[in-house]
Write a protein that binds this ligand. Structure first.
Ligand SMILES: NC(=O)c1ccc[n+]([C@@H]2O[C@H](COP(=O)([O-])OP(=O)(O)OC[C@H]3O[C@@H](n4cnc5c(N)ncnc54)[C@H](O)[C@@H]3O)[C@@H](O)[C@H]2O)c1
Length: 328
């Protein structure tokens, strides 16, 4: 049973008011964990926070973080708070590093001072491998980060090795693919799913960002947030994992235009707005193209065999099922 080993243990989840973090909080509570959430609400929302969690509205860079650790004494840290946007990291690499490196170090120093046993760190398999020449890409592929966001995620992974070596703090890195599902905001890595859904619900046309040689857009590995939350529980419950890295995705690549078509057809089939006949609006049915944004990779798709073999994790939902669940 997943939830028996550490039942009753306390976990501090940063970013627990955000899209993915709030699903992880829900899964932790359902698995018997006592949950503390730290979030500055910069993009997170109080409505997302499970009422069974204790909430501290705080920046991870704040000196007050130590007092939260003193008060709560968590056994685990699960670190989801971050500057999450690749284009924003290109525009403002200093801010990206401030949150994703300095904020992370502030958190780790508190974790060490207060005897945290294990940290689950959320990295990005969708970003750190760069334009890999092996697809799907395994964890053993040498990272080639091509954006400040990817660089700071990889830096944090290196610091975790240091904290493990120096202080014996265990860690599991989860390198997510592109995550989508309920509560998603348009800004993050798989924000395109939320953007397409919001546009269709509002009857607004979308655009597809594409490199000139691939008009159907970029290839991404889309993973449903419920499956992601389950991977976090498995990683926390596996006490034999002391310093390990896992890709969490589906191993299936989907082009942006194909994703749009799936959402378009799921939306039409759901008959969400019967007044709107999307077939009559060519821009809704065949969205125009925009150039790719700075930092956008043309392809990313993760090999998840290791998570299957060691964590016993598998993605349970197909993209079509996940889209239908998200629309619902
Ligand atoms: N969405 C994806 O596809 C994806 C893919 C790979 C990795 N990730 C990683 O997953 C994590 C969660 O991303 P998300 O998509 O749920 O985004 P999100 O913006 O919904 O969640 C991030 C949360 O962190 C909080 N936060 C941001 N800066 C903070 C700070 N300085 N102090 C305290 N709280 C702060 C925000 O308010 C928000 O609640 C991030 O680390 C992100 O890099 C996401």
């Amino acid at each position: 049973m997943e939830n028996q080993k550490f039942s009753g243990k306390r976990i501090l989840v940063t970013g627990g008011a955000g899209f993915i973090g709030s699903h992880v909080v829900d899964a932790c509570i359902a698995s018997g964990y006592d949950v503390v959430v730290v979030d500055n609400l910069s993009s997170g929302r109080t409505e997302n926070i499970n009422p069974a969690a204790r909430f501290y509205q705080l920046d991870i860079r704040s000196d007050d973080l130590d007092a939260v650790f003193r008060q709560e004494n968590p056994d685990f840290v699960n670190h989801h708070a971050a500057q999450i946007s690749v284009p924003d990291s290109v525009r403002d690499p200093k801010f990206d590093a401030d949150v994703n490196v300095i904020g992370f170090l502030n958190l780790m120093e508190c974790a060490v001072r207060h005897g945290v046993k294990k940290t689950i760190f959320i990295s990005s398999g969708g970003a750190i491998y760069g334009e890999a020449d092996t697809y799907p890409t395994p964890e053993t592929y040498p990272p080639q980060p091509l954006s400040p966001y990817a660089i700071t995620k990889l830096i944090a992974e290196h610091y975790l090795q240091f904290y493990h070596h120096q202080y014996g703090m265990d860690y599991t890195v989860l390198r997510y693919a592109n995550v989508y599902g309920p509560r998603q905001i348009p800004k993050g890595e798989a924000g395109v799913v939320a953007i397409f859904i919001e546009n269709l619900l509002a009857g607004r046309p979308s655009v597809i960002n594409a490199y000139p040689d691939e008009p159907r857009g970029m290839e991404r590995d889309y993973c449903f947030v419920g499956d992601i939350a389950r991977a976090n529980i498995l990683a926390m419950n596996s006490s034999n994992l002391v310093a390990d890295v896992f890709n969490i995705g589906t191993g299936i690549a989907t082009r942006t235009a194909d994703l749009y078509d799936m959402i378009y057809h799921a939306h039409a089939a759901a008959g969400i707005d019967k007044r709107m006949n999307t077939d009559h609006d060519p821009a809704l049915k065949h969205p125009p193209r925009n150039p790719a944004r700075k930092g956008d990779l043309s392809r990313s798709c993760l090999d998840v065999a290791k998570a299957h073999a060691i964590l016993g994790w598998n993605p349970s939902l197909s993209l079509n099922e996940g889209i239908r669940k998200t629309l619902a």
